[in-house]
Design a protein around this ligand. Structure first.
Ligand code: ATP
Length: 465
């Protein structure tokens, strides 16, 4: 990893190579929005598909849903978001910059300030003469709360009574379907409901590329249990989250667990452990695991007047289930994987190559097929191989430019294998298989190509776990 601001290099690669572009760029940009380009979109899809396979399809205790972004406004009253989904913020009176006060204090003083009241935060800011990160002056407003939910008028009259919120988390769309799921599916506690979808937060200080954005995707699970089982279930899910991190290829030394202190816990949580990742800008939350008690279902029962009780036929019990919630940000997964994988490597001949050491499961392109030269009969054979492999994996054909440049392009995309057709292929029916990480090349018979790639690219559950 390059020493100077590695994030800058990653952002540049993402744009140059079609992973992620700044949002609405031709109109001068739209702050903290990003558009995923073709390779970023493919990588995102690989992550979501694998997550769904790992946490939903391969288990018998999970079902999935796809709920709406706009939910009845009462949902957010019941969940506590209208009241309490706030960040404390201050404005700089000099330059009009707006900041989360907790982040200002934490960064300047190296302390955690969760749980402090607005006036305690304001006093601390003044006493310690904290400077504005933008203009350097110390002249702030008092701290005040800012609700992070985006809202939109539902009617043409903009009647404030008809405001709908864009969901700030996918979880509530799951909770409000709990009853439908138990009525329509053959599920028995313990079981979980999973969902992948967009969430929106009007973050006060977004930034660090796609780490904190205003529109992002979450992969969430609400796992319903009997209260007595919560500690055991929590530990099992933490292990499963680590298995997932291993599956997609995170370097273990870049991951840690961080348990929230009592005063840091969200209003619904009795225990939360974050999996934090060592980003170039410091250790930050990647994923979270929370014991949400039966807070959400109890609230929805009270606000909707519809029972959210589960009837245990065997034990002849009725109760409102408790919930363990593992939550995964898609965009943060992508950013962390890119940071983990990015390398500017100095080669033996003194040249530098930029390479993404992405795990084959998440790499957007699995293999690239090249004719050594853009000439017959090499191109026909290379095309045949390309079409044969294309139905199995996302592979690319590239015949333009020097072969070295084509390898470098695929290195920057994180493509694990390149297959080259040369004149020897015509004589002995073999091709060159080039490995991205070692840059080694081996000669393999054409007829075994599919089998060799299958070994390297396909998921084998029994070996992974
Ligand atoms: P943070 O403390 O960083 O604001 P959070 O604790 O509010 O995060 P959760 O409410 O637990 O986050 O959200 C679940 C997951 O969604 C996070 O672990 C993260 O991966 C992702 N996430 C949350 N907010 C954002 C955001 N603004 N941009 C991108 N991803 C986000």
């Amino acid at each position: 990893m390059a020493k100077t601001d590695p994030l800058k290099h990653i952002v540049a690669l993402c744009k140059r190579r079609g992973f992620i572009y700044p949002g609405s760029e031709i109109y001068g940009g739209f702050a903290n929005t990003y558009s995923y380009g073709p390779y970023g979109t493919q990588m995102k899809k690989n992550i979501k598909d694998l997550w769904w396979k790992f946490f939903v399809e391969s288990r018998s205790d999970m079902v999935g849903i796809d709920g709406p972004i706009l939910l009845h406004p009462k949902v957010w009253e019941a969940s506590g978001h209208v009241q309490g989904f706030n960040d404390a913020m201050v404005d700089c009176k000099e330059c009009k910059g707006r900041f989360r006060i907790d982040k200002l204090l934490e960064e300047a003083l190296g302390i955690e300030v969760e749980g402090k009241t607005l006036s305690e935060l304001t006093s601390l800011l003044q006493e310690k003469k904290i400077r504005c990160p933008k203009c350097g002056k110390s002249n702030f407003t008092d701290a005040r709360y800012f609700n992070l939910m985006f809202h939109t008028p539902m009617s043409k009259t903009h009647n404030s009574a008809e405001i709908a919120y864009l969901r700030p988390e996918t979880a509530q769309a799951i909770f409000i379907e709990f009853k439908n799921i138990i009525d329509s599916m053959r599920v028995k506690i313990p079981f979980g409901i999973a969902q992948i979808g967009k969430a929106f937060r009007n973050e006060i200080t977004p930034g660090n590329f796609i780490f904190r954005v205003i529109e992002f995707e979450q992969m969430e699970i609400e796992y319903f249990i009997e209260e007595s089982q919560w500690e055991k279930t929590f530990d099992t899910w933490l292990l499963d989250m680590h298995k997932w991190c291993h599956l997609i290829g995170f370097k273990p030394q870049h991951l840690q667990e961080k348990e929230h202190k009592k005063e840091q816990l969200s209003h619904y949580s009795k225990k939360t452990v974050d999996i934090i990742y060592e980003f170039p800008f410091g250790w930050q939350e990647l994923y979270g695991l929370a014991y949400r008690t039966n807070f959400d279902l109890t609230q929805h029962q009270e606000y909707s007047k519809i029972s959210q009780e589960y009837i245990d036929q065997e034990g002849k019990k009725r109760y409102i289930p408790h919930v363990i919630e593992p939550t995964f940000g898609v965009d943060r997964t992508i950013l962390a994987l890119l940071c983990d994988a990015y390398e500017e490597e100095t080669l033996k001949n003194g040249e530098t190559r930029t390479v993404l050491h992405l795990h084959p499961f998440v790499a957007p392109v699995k293999a690239a097929i090249f004719p050594l030269m853009n000439k017959e009969p090499l191109t026909t054979v290379a095309h045949e191989i390309y079409h044969r492999l294309k139905v199995l994996w996302n592979v690319e054909y590239d015949a333009s430019g020097a072969i070295g440049k084509r390898y470098r392009r695929q290195d920057e995309l994180g493509t694990p294998y390149c297959i080259t057709v040369d004149y020897d292929t015509m004589d002995n029916q073999t091709v060159t298989l080039r490995h991205r990480d070692s840059m080694e090349q081996e000669r393999i018979p054409l007829e075994t190509l599919e089998e060799v790639l299958r070994e390297k690219l396909n998921l084998r559950w029994e070996e992974e776990f």
